[in-house]
Design a protein around this ligand. Structure first.
Ligand code: SF4
Length: 195
């Protein structure tokens, strides 16, 4: 496709914008296993170029500031969505899908699910974030089939881009049970895209 990600999300010809006029928080553009991107990196690359709806542009920046087009399963998160809960949901799915043949996937997906549930329920510790990072890094590239990578990448990207939201869930545990973190500094990228 030769259109921009911004046009794809907001034009009436394609997705017609975000429901109820909510603001854009993040997006997983290529199916649940590919890295999530915050709004500011979704609509523009780290080099400040408009992000396009094609394999090359979405991958620009590698996993540090880019993502993948993958299967094209485009998932948009508005300002009300919780990244911690979402990451837990994905971890739960991949733990369920693991066939158990290789230990990094069999054990690691279960450990990630438990840690993310703890964080989501406001019972996490700061060290859990680094532990999650460590577990995902030991799954990636160390399994027989790609499901291991598919389970690791969403966790890595969520921590890479939304670490402060994870920390907020720990330091504001009670509050996190009744409201979401919101946008914080992940400003709706449309507001900073020059005309
Ligand atoms: S990586 Fe693939 S083969 Fe290994 S346990 Fe997971 S699902 Fe099974």
């Amino acid at each position: 496709m030769t259109i921009s990600v911004e046009e794809f999300i907001y034009s009436d010809e394609w997705c017609g914008g975000i429901a109820k006029g909510k603001r854009l928080k993040a997006c997983i553009p290529g199916g649940s296993s590919v890295p999530i991107l915050p709004a500011n990196l979704l609509l523009k690359t780290a080099k400040g170029e408009q992000r396009m709806m094609n394999y090359e542009s979405l991958a620009d920046g590698g996993f540090q500031t880019g993502t993948m087009m993958g299967s094209g399963g485009f998932i948009v998160f508005d300002e009300d969505q919780c990244i911690v809960k979402h990451t837990y949901t994905l971890a739960r799915f991949y733990r369920h899908e693991s066939c158990g043949q290789c230990s990094p996937c069999r054990e690691g997906t279960g450990w990630m699910e438990k840690l993310l549930l703890r964080l989501d329920k406001g019972q996490g510790k700061m060290s859990d974030i680094d532990l999650l990072w460590d577990i995902q890094s030991k799954i990636e590239g160390n399994t027989i089939c790609p499901l291991g990578d598919a389970a690791a990448w969403p966790v890595a990207a969520a921590i890479r881009h939304f670490r402060d939201e994870f920390e907020w869930h720990i330091t504001n545990a009670a509050e996190a049970q009744v409201r979401n973190f919101g946008l914080a500094h992940y400003a709706d990228a449309r507001e900073v895209v020059p005309a």
